[in-house]
Ligand binder design. Structure first.
Ligand code: SAM
Ligand code: DTB
Ligand code: SF4
Length: 331
């Protein structure tokens, strides 16, 4: 094992060989390394809670083969209009009362239209006024839109790279991996914090998973949040029958993410309804320190608060406090 990979320094110069060597260690060594680093930067018994809301659902012009909201991949979800600001704020209030510290609003758009920006800005301002961190995921952004979001006070922008550059065109044909990296750079340049991760279970190899994390870990600055989704197979889409991910492989990916990006929050995102408590516990041990709470994600199911409260109680985990990063280095 290269010495540097053990040091816990925040690096953007990871090589493929280093990442492969970390990933390929015996499972116990990998988990020990990940948990040791996790403890250097975070309280190991605290997990950040985000809540998602789909503010505009379905009818998307992109053809992402995993998504229930594409108008082009066989999915059958009807398109809806952009939700009214007051309704979004009412949902956000409920999320805050239930313990969420970040409110993530998603829209099934290739890119936002300028006519939608005033409502989007009002959502950001309104949610911030409730005292929660804000996150938006709206597709491709141009420079003006990024500045408008920054002006409204947006804290995070989510824009996943989803898989490796090599596998990308097997999953999505209406845009490229480079398009995603461009938007991420624009968001970073404007001073908005970055949330970017991917999906496991789309037929990618272990090498693709390593390359996806490496692409994030070699950005000039690591994303502050890294969501790792397990594919939720959606009926009628090209990935409806995709083979499930081996849970041990999933945990290995989480651990590699923790080691490559030691200061980032790693979010166990979509797919938790299909995970056992034991698998989730292993993910927390491997460095997961964020989840989506509540019984829905954007369109699909999530475990819900009662189930998560029981899991947290069994594991002695507490929600991370509102001011965000319980990050030792930031104290
Ligand atoms: N339209 C925006 C975009 O694509 O960036 C935002 C919404 S999109 C639904 C956000 C992310 O959700 C995707 O990048 C993908 O990682 C995740 N996602 C979507 N459908 C999923 C599924 N069926 N299973 C797991 N993750 C999924
Ligand atoms: C992320 O990585 N996962 C979230 C959020 N970022 C936007 C979305 C998960 C969507 C799961 C499928 C659905 O609810 O439709
Ligand atoms: Fe559209 Fe996002 Fe779904 Fe792709 S993942 S089809 S861009 S909503």
């Amino acid at each position: 094992m290269p010495k540097d990979s053990q040091s816990g320094a925040v690096r953007s110069d990871w090589t493929r060989a280093e990442a492969e060597a970390i990933y390929g260690q015996p499972f116990m060594d990998l988990l020990f390394q990940a948990q040791t680093l996790h403890r250097a930067y975070f309280d190991p018994n605290r997990v950040q809670m985000s809540r998602l809301l789909s503010v505009k659902t379905g009818g998307c012009a992109e053809d992402c083969s995993y998504c229930s909201q594409s108008a082009r991949n066989g999915a059958t979800l009807p398109a809806s209009k952009l939700m009214e600001v007051e309704r979004v704020l009412a949902e956000a209030r409920k999320a805050k009362d239930a313990g969420a510290t970040r409110y993530c609003m998603g829209a099934a758009w290739r890119e936002p239209k300028d006519r939608d920006m005033p409502a989007i800005e009002a959502m950001v301002r309104g949610v911030r006024a409730l005292g929660m961190e804000t996150c938006m995921t709206l597709g491709v952004l141009d420079d003006r839109q990024v500045l408008r979001l920054k002006g409204a006070g947006l804290d995070y922008y989510n824009h996943n790279i989803d898989t490796s550059e090599a596998f990308y065109s097997k999953v999505i044909t209406t845009r490229t991996f480079a398009d995603r990296i461009d938007t991420l750079a624009r968001v970073r340049e404007a001073g908005i914090r970055v949330c970017s991760g991917g999906i496991l279970g789309m037929g990618e190899t272990a090498g693709d998973r390593i390359d996806m994390l490496l692409a994030l870990a070699t950005l000039p600055e690591h994303p502050e949040s890294v969501p790792i989704n397990m594919l939720i197979p959606i009926a009628d889409t090209p990935l409806a029958e995709a083979a499930p991910v081996d849970p041990i492989d999933f945990v290995r990916v989480v651990a590699l993410g923790r080691i490559l990006m030691p200061k980032s929050h790693m979010r166990l995102s979509a797919g938790r309804t299909a995970m056992s408590d034991e698998m989730q516990a292993l993910c927390f041990f491997a460095g997961t320190n964020s989840i989506f709470m509540g019984d829905t994600l954007l369109t699909a199911a999530n475990p819900g608060e009662d189930k998560d409260q029981r899991l947290f109680a069994r594991l002695g985990i507490l929600p991370e406090e509102a001011s965000g990063q319980v990050c030792k280095s930031a104290e």
